[in-house]
Write a protein that binds this ligand. Structure first.
Ligand SMILES: *[C@@H]1O[C@H](CO)[C@@H](O)[C@H](O)[C@H]1NC(C)=O
Length: 350
C-alpha cells in the first residue's frame, strides 16, 4: 500500500470517531478590564461578523492543560457562531496546570470570588457591552471546563439559561484545599441526591429564580474522571430541578451509535457513551440543539454591523423608501424600521 493510500486510510479512520472541526472566519480577541477578576482569569471573545439580534452567548471552557485558543480551534462553536450569529466567550484559566478552580469556597459561592466570579463578570460585561440577550446565555466545557459548567449552574443560576458538561464532576465534588480531588476523580465520592442538591443550592443561598436546564455527557471508559461522577450528577441535578431520578425516556444509540440518552423531563438530560474515554468528542451541534440555537440565524446585526439588504446592495437611510408595489430598491433600513404608508410606498421611520 502506498503512503498516500495509507494516510487516507488513517485519515478516514480518524474521521469516523472525531467530528470535523471547521475553522472560524475571524479570530479570537482578548478583552481586559471586563470586571472583577480576583484570580486573574483571561477573557477571549469570538464575535462573528454577522450577529443574531440580539445575539445569544455561549461560554466555552477548556480542559486542564488547555487554553482559550485550544478550545477555540478544537471545537466547532466559533464556526457555528459564523453560521448562526451568537457570540462565544472562551475564558482562559490562570492556574499553572491550566485547570479551573472548582474547589475553593469562593468559587463555589455566588459573587464570592474565585475563577467563577471572573466568568460571571465576563457574562455581565457581554450583556452590557455587546447587547447579548441575557435570557440566552449558556455554559459548556470539557473535563475541568465541564466541572466549571457544574459550578456555574449552582453558583450563578441567575445568569445561565442552560448548561452542557462534557466529562465533568458534580458541583462541589472537588471542594477542599487543592486543585485536584482524587477521591472525586476516581468516582469514590458519592452522596445522596439530597446532599448533592443542598450543596448546589448552597452555591447561591436564598436564590428562588428559575434554574438553568442542564445536560451532561460522559464516557463509560473514562479513567480520568470515573463514570460514577456522571451518575452523581444525575442525582444532584434531578434533585435541584425537582424532578424524578427515573428517566421519562431513554433511547439507545442516541444521538449517535453507542450512546444512550436519558431525559428526566425537559430540563435535565444525561448522555452516556459506551466505550468512550475521557477524550470524549464534543458534539457542538447537539449542544446547540439543547440550547435551542439550532435554527438561529444572523440578522439585524444586533447593533454591531449594519443590516444588509436581502436583495443585495445597501439598505435605505432614515426616511428613505424601503418598499412598495413595483419597488426594486432596498427593502431594509440602515436606521429606523420599514413601515408601510400605503400599497405603493414604505418608508424607514424612527
Ligand atoms: C438507559 O438505557 C440503557 C440501555 O438499556 C441502560 O443501560 C441505562 O442504565 C439506562 N439509563 C437510565 C438512566 O436508566
Amino acid at each position: 500500500m502506498g503512503f498516500l493510500n495509507l494516510s487516507l486510510l488513517l485519515l478516514s479512520a480518524f474521521l469516523v470517531n472525531v467530528p470535523v472541526v471547521r475553522a472560524a472566519a475571524g479570530t479570537l480577541q482578548q478583552v481586559s478590564n471586563f470586571g472583577k477578576n480576583p484570580t486573574g482569569v483571561q477573557m477571549f471573545v469570538y464575535r462573528p461578523a454577522r450577529l443574531a439580534s440580539p445575539p445569544p452567548l455561549i461560554v466555552a471552557m477548556h480542559y486542564c492543560t488547555g487554553t482559550a485558543q485550544a478550545y477555540f480551534t478544537g471545537t466547532n462553536y466559533a464556526n457555528l457562531a459564523d453560521q448562526k450569529g451568537f457570540i462565544v466567550i472562551y475564558p482562559d484559566a490562570p492556574d499553572s496546570g491550566g485547570c479551573w478552580d472548582v474547589h475553593s469556597d469562593a468559587t463555589l459561592k455566588h459573587d464570592a470570588g474565585g475563577d467563577s466570579l471572573a466568568i460571571a463578570e465576563m457574562v455581565r460585561y457581554a450583556i452590557t457591552t455587546y447587547g447579548v440577550d441575557k435570557t440566552r446565555v449558556f455554559a459548556t466545557g470539557t473535563s475541568s471546563g465541564a466541572m466549571m459548567t457544574n459550578v456555574l449552574m449552582g453558583a450563578y443560576p441567575d445568569l445561565f439559561a442552560a448548561g452542557s458538561a462534557w466529562a465533568g464532576v458534580p458541583f462541589g465534588c472537588f471542594a477542599g484545599p487543592s486543585m485536584w480531588q482524587s477521591q472525586c476523580a476516581n468516582g469514590q465520592l458519592t452522596k445522596t441526591a439530597q446532599a448533592w442538591g443542598d450543596q448546589a443550592r448552597n452555591g447561591y443561598p436564598g436564590y428562588t429564580g428559575a434554574r438553568p436546564k442542564f445536560q451532561t455527557w460522559h464516557g463509560s471508559a473514562d479513567t480520568t474522571l470515573y463514570p460514577q461522577n456522571f451518575f452523581e450528577q444525575i442525582k444532584q441535578w434531578t434533585n435541584v430541578l425537582g424532578v424524578s431520578a427515573t428517566p421519562t425516556s431513554n433511547s439507545t444509540n442516541t444521538p449517535v451509535s453507542g450512546y444512550w440518552r436519558a431525559n428526566f423531563g425537559s430540563q435535565f438530560q444525561a448522555n452516556y457513551g459506551n466505550g468512550v474515554t475521557h477524550n470524549i468528542p464534543v458534539r457542538a451541534d447537539d449542544v446547540l440543539a439543547w440550547f435551542g440555537l439550532s435554527n438561529l440565524t444572523p440578522g439585524g446585526g444586533g447593533g454591531e454591523t449594519p443590516p444588509t439588504n436581502p436583495g443585495g446592495g445597501t439598505c435605505a437611510a432614515l426616511y428613505g423608501q424601503c418598499g412598495g408595489s413595483g419597488w426594486a430598491g432596498p427593502t431594509c433600513c440602515t436606521s429606523g424600521t420599514c413601515k408601510s404608508s400605503n400599497q405603493w410606498y414604505s418608508q424607514c421611520l424612527p
